[in-house]
Every structure is written in structure tokens, then in C-alpha cells.
Design a protein around this ligand. Sequence first.
Ligand code: ADP
Ligand code: MG
Length: 245
Amino acid sequence: MNECGAVVRVRGLSKEHGQGPGLVRAVDEVDLDVPAGQALAVTGPSGCGKSTLLHILGGLERPTRGEAWLAGRRIDALSERALARLRRRSVGFVFQAFHLVEELSAAENVELPALLAGHSPRAARRRAAALLEQMGLADRARHLPWQLSGGQRQRVAIARALANDPLVLLADEPTGNLDTTATLDVLRLFDDLRAAGQTLVIVTHDERVAATADRLISMRDGTFVDDTRLAGRGGRLGGLIELGD
Ligand code: ADP
Ligand code: MG
């Protein structure tokens, strides 16, 4: 952790894709600090650079210019190998399309990152069982992904993202493929994680998801056009759950 306690910090961050007339500046000179325990939502129209930003924060992509830190450690210039290690040990990703391994059971999907992060097989099994229980999926542990609903699959994916005790959980449109009931289940989980002090960055089009965060950043054309602290915790999900009924 650096002196300000920011888990995520970027300065002057830019990312360009392509070259010449085809050049796209996906992220344009962005500065950001996400303190430990904050739940940050990032919204904005399609193509404004949300996924690119998230990928850089988690070491999936490198910036073209600027600096990025995770818990005080510079990550923008790490080698591929060091970035892979960082992702395995310190970052959790949740994607819109779940990206579960179809041949593995729910429990095995969750065990895999725990094993890759260096846990023993026994510890990984225990960790997976505890996380699936926390996600309300204890009775689905042996199911394959195709035997689960979309909401259940996303909850397995969230359990998987937590298996390595990540410094930050990064979610890219996590409810984009879910119906209202499943969305509310996932929102409840994010709320629990936030209450437990998990640092979260959630990219979302869904106002219901954004409304549960501590802070909301709006992006346009690779830049931040608004950065708002949202009202205090508590009570918001209750209202949303009524809306969903
Ligand atoms: P968002 O997630 O907000 O929809 P993205 O970060 O995916 O936005 O994309 C930002 C811009 O960068 C878009 O114009 C997109 O087409 C472009 N882009 C993203 N990834 C690539 C890539 N790998 N190659 C070329 N252009 C890309
Ligand atoms: Mg995107």
C-alpha cells in the first residue's frame, strides 16, 4: 500500500489502439485513486474506454503512456511474466460472459485460481467450498457450468475471482447478461463484499448497479467527465429490491 492507502492509482494514463488514421485513443490522460475498501462504479457509453481502463488496472493490458500502481507497486512496465503473476495473486476479474471453464465443475472452477495462487489442493478445496457457500451455491458445487442458470454462473465466476483473496475485484458489465432476479442476487453479493471491505471497481451500464457503489465515475471518449461520491451506505439495496419485485 502506498502512503495514501490507494489500492489502485494511475497518473496520466493513456492507451492507444491501432496506428495512423486508424488510431483510437481508448483512454486519454486519466488520473485515478481508489482507496482501500471503496466500491467504485464506472459508467459511460459503449466504446468510451471502460474495459480498456479496467484491463490496465488489472494488468491485462499495458498503457501506452502514464503510470499505474497496485497497492503501491508500479505495474505499467512489468514483464508479461510478472503481470501474469500479479493477476494470479492479486487481482480478481469478473466478465459479462462469465468465462467459466466448461469442462470443470463449479467447485473446480473456483479451486483453479486458488491453486494457481499457491494454495495446497486441500486449502484450495476448502476455500472453494467456503466461497460457493457464501455465494449461496453450496448445492451446485458439482454442477458443470451448462447445468447452471446465468445468475448461478456469474456467482461461480465471482467466487472464482475471490479465490486468490484479490487486492481488488474488477468487474466488467457483470450483470450485462442477467435478468432482474439474477442481477439483484449479484448486487446483494457486491454489497456484502463491500461491507466486508473488499475494494471493487465495477464497469456497468446498469443504473441499479451503479447506484449501489460509494463513488461513480462517468467516462466519455477516454476521459472522466464526472466523479461523484454517492450517499452513505445502507438502505439503497432495500429500495432496489422492492423495485425488482
Ligand atoms: P468500452 O468498454 O467503454 O465499450 P473499450 O475500452 O472496449 O470501451 O474500447 C474503447 C475504444 O478502443 C473503442 O473505440 C474500441 O473500439 C477501441 N478498442 C478497444 N480494444 C481495442 C483493440 N484491441 N484494438 C483496437 N481498438 C480497440
Ligand atoms: Mg467494455
